[in-house]
Design a protein around this ligand. Sequence first.
Ligand code: NAI
Length: 324
Amino acid sequence: MQTRTLAGYEHVYELECAGSRAFIAIHAALRGRAFGGVRIRAYASDEHALTDALALAEAMTRKVVLAGIDGGGAKSVLRLPPPHRRAAAIHQLGRFIDSLGGRYQCGGDYGFTAADEAVLRAATRHVACGDLAEATARSVELAIFAAADPRVVALQGLGAVGRPLARRLLARGVRVIAADPTWPEDLVPGDTLQRVDPAAIYGVDCDVFAPCAHGGVLDASTIPRLRAALVCGAANNPFAAADDVDRLNARGVAYIPDVIANAGATIVGASNALDEEAHIDRRFAAIPALIHDLLDRSRSERRSTHWIAHELADQRIAALRRPA
Ligand code: NAI
């Protein structure tokens, strides 16, 4: 295990896990604890994996404080191991997380399966519990309906979050047009659930574009193609670059910050870890009011909700850094 000293981060660890490289970034263990999932992905290089871990950990801190939780953020990324070494790699990562003694409470993220969770749980008790992907689908649904009354949603990704989100939207009478290169067998396309090619999802005529696959999907080539009035989904860090935030805003497309829309897993996982289960419903219920406030401010200040949410989060982080 190696540690890297990086400005703005409490700890960044680099770990060899059964032949695969993992990076564990603790952005801020506010009040002694940081929350954040484990992502497993086929990164092109260690640098790509590290960059992702750093950005995701920072966003986690914002997500935690905006959810009204006294804590900060962290993230682990594991470069995709070969199938025969996957369990060993996750176990090793879990043992390392365990050695941090609860300072970092982990959970699942992109590329992380139920089988992975069982392996992680055997290695450390510092794994968030609850149906976290379902909780994320709940917060995305809340966020979408706080900002719009959609008839058609274009849904990118039908994984752990996208699947339950599709079901929730369909149950509310919304037509869902979805794309996923690996379409799940349990979702059968029909009148209200339509399947499109992944490359075509951006141009779908819809009220809401919901990115629920990976980050970095909103860029100079995809933003001009969007036909939605609102972007609201689960994907963390959906903008490819900071310029793209303003590019989307300039097109007049409203945006619900990822750290608010996808906070469900954090709300459930962190509340459970802190023995604050009684606060879960209240924390979900606070999401629409926060969104209304951000959208009002975005209109009057003529800038993206993304930047306003950042400022709000940074104020809360500063308050938590002050002695209790
Ligand atoms: P997942 O790995 O279960 O599902 C991702 C899905 O996206 C897969 O079905 C994959 O085939 C699909 N996909 C990949 N490339 C695609 C493309 N180009 N077009 C359409 N679909 C594509 O991941 P999960 O857990 O559903 O997470 C989705 C997003 O939400 C990720 O960005 C994750 O970071 C974020 N998120 C997830 C949370 C959770 O509770 N699982 C919590 C907060 C954020």
